[in-house]
Design a protein around this ligand. Structure first.
Ligand SMILES: Cc1cc2nc3c(=O)[nH]c(=O)nc-3n(C[C@H](O)[C@H](O)[C@H](O)COP(=O)(O)OP(=O)(O)OC[C@H]3O[C@@H](n4cnc5c(N)ncnc54)[C@H](O)[C@@H]3O)c2cc1C
Length: 324
């Protein structure tokens, strides 16, 4: 929020929160978040494990609400382990902020009937959007195997939702640094094209730290005729050990110069946080300057890093929206 001092920022955020609450019945599909004159902003949460971390989550989220996200999403745990929790968190976010939401859903350990049940329940609770995923193999397994009477790929889940639950907006995952199982970047993109063709409204990317990889991917994405908005997924680094772990799990490339800067603060958590936020601010600003239609922040249930990045950015369209 450029040009506003701390007090005014706080006042603006509080007014926006009020606006959200009074908007109440706003129905925001993912497809409505992007387009001319818009700049879609979304935050991704995960289901907390304890009552205390759940309480903390809502406090953190209130701090982010002032940025008026177009929607807030919550992940779906491996093997369906957080099924109820994901729905509960999303329902609570709706209740507290009145903001549009999306539930992630994976095909892991689920029959088509299980998926239908989940979608019915999500619909009943007024959740507007689904982030439709295949999911990773369950713990201890190296290869994804479809459950009997289940689905093999995310494109099949998208098709199921489109056919039987047309009320949902749908986002799918995209991989600027190709998905680790894909035989080649080209095949991965063909598969993404099939997934969008099945009815997805937007593609949210896996986290990445090298913008060149995103831009190169975007060129190929556009060249092969995919029209859905392509939204970068950004995780501001707050902690060196954590990002090494996350990057090794999802295969994200960590630029050596970024690692070197972080390693200088090996014994200084605040220093690591500062380096991470500065890097993310530059990274996001470059993406904005290069015309991305919005941004998805992996906030990991904390507000500080994302709030600092958003505060430092120059986002003219977003500012108009915040002020309006
Ligand atoms: C934004 C985002 C949110 C996520 N949220 C969650 C979450 O909440 N819970 C969770 O467990 N995981 C989540 N993940 C991780 C995701 O589940 C894994 O990356 C998973 O390995 C792939 O899921 P997908 O939906 O991309 O799969 P798919 O699109 O099905 O792709 C999986 C692999 O199969 C290939 N493929 C796809 N379709 C076909 C086809 N028809 N024929 C042959 N090959 C094909 C692809 O190239 C790829 O290599 C998320 C990832 C992202 C980017």
């Amino acid at each position: 929020m450029l040009g506003l001092d701390e007090t005014n920022q706080a006042a603006l955020r509080s007014a926006i929160k009020q606006q959200f609450r009074s908007a109440g019945a706003v129905i925001m599909k993912i497809s409505e978040a992007y387009g001319p004159g818009k700049w879609g902003l979304s935050f991704e949460l995960y289901p907390p494990k304890t009552a205390k971390s759940e309480k903390d989550l809502y406090q953190q989220l209130e701090k982010l609400a002032g940025f008026r996200p177009d929607f807030v999403t919550c992940t779906y745990g491996a093997g369906g382990s957080t099924r109820e929790k994901t729905l509960d968190i999303i329902s609570e976010v709706k209740k507290r902020l009145g903001c549009p939401t999306a539930s992630h859903l994976t095909c892991v350990c689920a029959t088509v009937d299980d998926l239908r049940e989940y979608l019915k329940e999500a619909s009943k609770r007024g959740i507007e959007n689904i982030v439709a995923l295949r999911g990773d193999p369950p713990q201890g397994e190296t290869e994804f195997k479809a459950t009997a009477n289940g689905l093999r790929y995310a494109n099949e889940l998208v098709a199921l939702i489109r056919e039987e639950f047309p009320e949902f907006g749908i986002a799918v995952a995209g991989y600027p640094e190709p998905h680790r199982e894909a035989p080649s970047a080209e095949i991965d993109l063909d598969n993404l094209k099939r997934k969008v063709g099945a009815g997805a409204d937007a593609v949210v990317t896996q986290l990445f730290y090298k913008n060149e990889n995103f831009f190169e991917f975007r060129d190929r994405y556009e060249a092969c005729g995919i029209k859905a908005p392509l939204i970068p997924g950004i995780l501001p680094i707050t902690n060196l050990a954590q990002i090494k772990r996350i990057a090794s799990l999802c295969g994200a490339y960590l630029p050596p110069e970024l690692l070197t800067s972080l390693e200088k603060y090996a014994d200084d958590p605040e220093g690591q946080f500062k380096v991470g936020v500065e890097f993310a601010t530059k990274q996001v600003q470059e993406l904005v300057d290069q015309g991305v239609p919005g941004m998805h922040f992996y906030v990991l249930n904390k507000s500080k890093a994302t709030a600092e990045v958003l505060d430092a950015l120059s986002l003219p369209q977003r500012l108009r929206k915040l002020a309006g």
